[in-house]
Design a protein around this ligand. Sequence first.
Ligand SMILES: Cc1cc2nc3c(=O)[nH]c(=O)nc-3n(C[C@H](O)[C@H](O)[C@H](O)COP(=O)(O)OP(=O)(O)OC[C@H]3O[C@@H](n4cnc5c(N)ncnc54)[C@H](O)[C@@H]3O)c2cc1C
Length: 489
Amino acid sequence: MKTLHSDVVVVAAGPAGLAAAITAAENGKKTIVFEKMSTAGGAANMGMGLLGIDTHIQKRTFNDISVEEAFNLHMQYTHYRVDAELVQAYFSLSADTILWLEEMGVEFAGAFRYFRDSAATWHIVKPENGVIGPRAAGAMIKAMVSRAKELGVEIYYETPATDLIVRDGRVCGVKAVDAAGEQIEAHCKAVCVCTGGFGNNPEMIKEEFGLVQGKDFFSIQVPGVEGDGLRMMWKAGAQKYGLNVEVIQSVTLPEELRTLSIAMFQPNLLINQNGDRFMNEEYVSNGTFFANAIGLQPGRCIYSIFDGAIVRHYKKHGVDIVSLVHPDTHLEGFDSAAEQALQSGSDAFFAADTAEELAEKLGIAPEKLQDTLDEYNDMCACGVDSKFFKSHKYLRPITGRGKYYAGKIFFGAYGTLGGVRINKRCEVLDNENKSIPGLYSAGTDANTIYGDSYNFMLPGNTMGFAVNSGRLAGFAMSDYIDSLEEESI
Ligand SMILES: Cc1cc2nc3c(=O)[nH]c(=O)nc-3n(C[C@H](O)[C@H](O)[C@H](O)COP(=O)(O)OP(=O)(O)OC[C@H]3O[C@@H](n4cnc5c(N)ncnc54)[C@H](O)[C@@H]3O)c2cc1C
């Protein structure tokens, strides 16, 4: 067995763990990081950018939102069911965090909205290849790892932490196993656990939420993110708190047929398995609202219904909802992608010459689908959605000109949220809401600031929380260690 000594041990090198480790090291604390995988970054390697409020980047484009505005928006969104002090600490630090990242070499492409009604808080990292899109934030992780190394932080890869060491009620170390199977005990004064939740642990997801991966739930599964840190913290007395899922709509079509999903994620007619319309479709741009509505439908899946005329409209004038994640505006290659999906016998994309044929393919009673289409088409003819009040500009009749199309959309997730309760210093609380000395948590494991639903109105919020709470934990651990040293003088 190997024994290590340090001031701080950080469990995991995702954005939260890296931010905690860099901050502790910047405050002169010897810091060790244990990372389960062979690379750093966790889920952030797949993401694009983080929240910043009242930043110099926003101000440059007159897109700034003040901390007061963001705070009030967020607290009203969550009905004050979340820790206002933690939210305040996070939002207030976020502009400085953007500068802090820039100082270590991170460049930002700008501050963006996720959809029209959201605020421009999403600070998208300028990717190495210059093209904004998925994985842009990988460049931020590289810069953070370099900064950590420059400060002397020791990162042990392929070395999962297995347990916390607790003595006299204080957390004072971490047990881990390296790639060769050797046991490690790292003794320290403060530990920060940031293992990213349990989005890649289907058993735990079933146990906590009753959702079955691949059946009524399609979470993105980030390797390594399996709830390890939460189990360790709960065992050490942490309060089990605020477990949730960061929902998003999901399709099972292969990535190369993405143009079909872009067509499906437009404000087309949406119906459930009973053939009923169930929401104002213009809200599909807000992934939280869209997925929440899908989650309430039978089987937690729905269909987006459109036709050849609507496809022609999108091809000529562009789609209604443009996504920065997949910025294809004119359904490039739709016909060949549709052909490919249909040839492969896809159970997620359908085409039919008549409404009756479409109903049969979807397993919906034909007369029910016809009723729903008639009702919808009448509203399109009047230009008024008297049921869910969708804007008239999206009311396009579905008559099957050039075929009826349907795409199946599922209830999915980026992963989980929450698990332990922290305060504004990221100290982990026990069941009496008292902090457990020496134990800190940041990022997804401790992210309980959205209440029941992720707040997409302020995009970049989870990565923003990860980096900012990591920094808050780094500051707090440094203060705690200083106070221990003062006590011992
Ligand atoms: C496809 C995708 C796109 C996204 N895009 C964005 C975006 O643009 N903006 C945004 O705000 N959010 C985005 N997110 C969410 C964002 O990436 C996460 O909120 C963020 O990465 C959470 O950071 P974290 O450090 O808490 O956890 P993670 O990034 O999940 O990292 C957790 C780390 O813990 C490690 N680990 C697990 N168990 C152990 C163990 N026992 N010992 C040691 N290490 C362990 C894992 O290997 C991993 O490296 C996206 C997520 C996904 C999946």
